[in-house]
Design a protein around this ligand. Structure first.
Ligand SMILES: [Zn+2]
Length: 404
């Protein structure tokens, strides 16, 4: 006779379950890595006493770069090629310890890394991957330097990591097919320039409607969605018009495009943290005034929230240090989102964006037992990073703060 599976009861936590129900004291029973029951006075074979603690669903970051680490690009000239993968293992562990149990990698992670996590070779958030960001010649993904070389420092091309510079609809079509062949869950494209690339201008729209439309058509045929790196207004409008599922960054938005995003259900993944962290840490930004960018970005975000645009958490960690992810929650709250909605952006809403609502994003019976134990009120997002006490993924303890 098969042994009955262990019932582990997480008892007495102040539970934010992600369903929209107000936080309240509850017990959660986990069996075989799944949530079996949520309620009061539940019993189990084993008990984890969470009196005085908060309990959240595993958090979801919809925009990270786990293979990228912050630092001057020129340092990469002296970094051995394979070192990035070993550092990625550390970045994944740091992200997991922050309470992020699922992440969408917005360029850099390849199928090997995703599979290594899925197979349990390395610990980390379960991943959806874009593999490579597509962009036009001279665009945000083109690492061409004024000396005439394009060294591929941040995002080198190698087996499993196809080149990302495309011009013309036929190249757009081939690029989607090549990325899908390499295992991409998402197609990522830069519809504007960006801050960190050598020559591109974040306010300029990149790629023309025929190229952008081809990406959407081909992604759709392969059962994939498109996510757009889009900062300036014209490029955001093109991304929304092309029918893309998410707009990443969305620094400069007008009310017209906000209304269309709300109507179409286009997601905004704002990554508010990037310019804030850059300013705080004295990272020079030759292209734009960081303070003005932060203000415009905050204003766009606030108006999008007011208009009912769907928001999911994304942080661009990799550009900012891994482990800083939860500061994004504080920034969202400072810019007008309620703490409960900010947490929803990191749980149930993020799961919806990723198409994973059936299995993660809330604490309900039948869902995977991804659980985050926090010290104190789960709805107080200030300093949340330092209050993460334990992280469970599929019911297994994957990170615990050591008592000091
Ligand atoms: Zn990014």
């Amino acid at each position: 006779m098969a042994a009955r599976a262990q019932r582990i009861v997480f008892a007495g936590a102040n539970l934010f379950d992600g369903t929209g129900t107000p936080a309240a004291e509850a017990d959660v029973v986990v069996v075989d890595g799944l949530i079996a029951e949520v309620g009061r006075d539940l019993d189990g074979d084993e008990s984890v006493d969470l009196a005085g603690k908060g309990l959240l669903p595993g958090l979801i970051d919809c925009h990270v770069h786990v293979v990228v680490s912050p630092g001057p690009r020129h340092e990469l000239l002296q970094t051995p090629f394979s070192y990035r993968f070993f550092r990625a293992v550390a970045n994944l562990q740091t992200t997991l310890a922050t309470g992020i149990t699922t992440a969408r990698d917005a360029a850099g992670a390849d199928l090997g890394l995703k599979r290594a996590v899925a197979d349990g070779l390395v610990q980390g958030p379960r991943l959806q991957i874009a593999i490579r960001m597509l962009s036009q010649t001279g665009g945000h993904g083109d690492e061409w330097q004024a000396c005439g070389f394009a060294p591929g420092l941040a995002f080198p091309t190698y087996p499993g990591m196809p080149d990302g510079v495309i011009d013309g609809a036929i190249e757009a079509r081939r690029a989607v097919r090549t990325l899908v062949r390499a295992g991409a869950d998402w197609i990522k494209v830069a519809t504007t320039g960006g801050f960190s690339s050598p020559v591109s201008d974040p306010t300029r729209p990149h790629l023309r409607p025929d190229e952008l439309g081809e990406l959407q058509t081909e992604a759709e045929a392969a059962g994939r969605h498109v996510m757009a790196h889009a900062q300036g207004l014209a490029g955001v409008k093109n991304a929304v018009a092309a029918g893309y599922r998410s707009v990443e960054h969305g620094v400069w938005l007008d009310d017209e495009v906000i209304a269309r995003m709300a109507e179409q259900g286009t997601w905004l993944v704002p990554t508010l943290l990037v310019p804030v962290w850059s300013l705080e840490n004295g990272r020079p930004q030759p292209k734009f005034d960081l303070q003005a960018t932060i203000e415009a970005h905050g204003d766009s975000f606030r108006r999008a929230v007011d208009a009912g645009v769907r928001i999911a958490l994304g942080t661009d960690c990799g550009i900012v240090p891994h482990g800083e992810n939860l500061r994004e929650l504080e920034l969202m709250v400072e810019r007008g989102l309620s703490p409960a909605r900010a947490l929803a952006a990191a749980t149930s809403s993020a799961a919806e964006l990723l198409g994973l609502s059936d299995s993660i994003g809330t604490i309900e019976s039948g869902k995977r037992a991804d659980l985050v134990v926090v010290d104190g009120d789960p709805l107080d997002v200030r300093g949340l990073r330092d209050r993460i006490e334990a992280v469970y993924q599929d019911g297994r303890l994957v990170s615990a703060r050591s008592a000091s």
